[in-house]
Design a protein around this ligand. Structure first.
Ligand code: NAD
Length: 285
């Protein structure tokens, strides 16, 4: 069997096109606005923020990036977040992680207005997700579910295994899959035998950050494989967490890396910002 590709890149392009069209259709009224707060000099974070800024520009959104020094104090950072909370040009605020250790991550995430929390990391947004109450859903998990739905992968009753239990990916994905009536197992670094679970799974979502942690012999024939991992290999290339070539011979569907989940994350950030904008402006989203 050769797996079909779940093409996140083309789906993300389609979604960005739809948002761009909607944003262009609003005429002269104010544009949707996304603020990114970057603390310190982490190179990967700087690249992520730059690419979010670029996507904003492409879609006709207003982008406001705050690049702040690594030694910024708690009060100074809270003041920046509060300023953005009260800025009428801004519909979404993201605080790029990681932030320096002298700052309390959850205090800062909690300071972001719940109505502008387009990354969905404010603990109240996370709680809403847990309680199945409407709210912003973190972008990577939301992108994963969107891919599955776009390709009409049956979720109801499906046996879904999530490898990784992070707040960023594993836990919210589990909540969302359960919301769609999948039966879930969450595996992590202390799980005794990963393949005992993955071999029975209809859907495997892999978010461990370990290249080749999922190999072909761990997959049920025809299974759906969602590879969230982004790993830079010694030769400089980017790889996911799945042995893509061999797994493609066994799986029914698979996301490539790059070109799978990654592009969906930014598309969902833009969609969350658009939804926030539409709600604040009282227009149809
Ligand atoms: P994390 O380090 O916070 O969590 C990793 C999880 O994997 C942990 O729960 C850990 O228990 C589990 N794990 C690690 N090694 C394991 C092992 N050997 N056996 C079993 N479980 C193991 O990472 P994260 O933030 O969830 O990110 C995971 C990966 O996804 C990373 O490669 C990251 O770069 C990538 N990522 C991609 C996107 C995207 O947009 N595509 C977004 C977020 C994260």
């Amino acid at each position: 069997m050769t797996a079909q590709i779940l093409n996140g890149k083309s789906l993300a392009k389609k979604i960005r096109g739809e948002i761009k069209q909607k944003a262009a259709g609003i005429g002269n009224v104010r544009k949707p606005g996304l603020a990114a707060v970057l603390v310190g000099e982490d190179p990967a974070s700087a690249i992520y923020v730059k690419s979010k800024e670029k996507t904003c520009k492409k879609l006709g959104f207003h982008a406001d990036t705050r690049r702040l020094p690594a030694d910024i104090s708690r009060d100074e950072l809270l003041a920046v977040i509060n300023e953005l909370n009260n800025d009428s040009k801004i519909d979404g605020i993201l605080l790029q992680m990681p932030i320096p250790e002298h700052l309390d991550k959850f205090e800062m995430l909690s300071a972001i207005s719940i109505d502008k929390d387009v990354d969905g990391f404010n603990p109240i947004s996370q709680g809403r997700l847990f309680l199945d109450i409407d709210g912003f859903i973190p972008c990577t998990p939301r992108g994963i579910i969107r891919i599955l739905k776009e390709y009409e992968i049956p979720l109801k009753g499906a046996n879904a295994v999530i490898l990784g239990r992070s707040l960023l990916v594993g836990k919210p994905v589990a909540m969302l899959l359960m919301r769609d009536h999948a039966t879930i197992s969450i595996l992590h670094s202390r799980t005794r035998d990963l393949s005992e679970y993955t071999k029975r799974a209809d859907i495997v979502v892999v978010a461990a950050g370990v290249p080749n942690i999922i190999t072909a012999d761990m997959i049920k024939p025809g299974a759906v494989i969602i590879d969230v991992g982004i790993n830079r290999l010694d030769d400089g290339s980017i790889a996911g967490d799945v042995d893509f070539k061999a797994a493609s011979e066994i799986a029914g569907w698979i996301t490539p890396v790059p070109g799978g989940v990654g592009p969906m994350t930014i598309a969902m950030l833009m969609e969350n910002t658009w939804l926030s904008y539409a709600k604040r402006e009282g227009i149809q989203s």
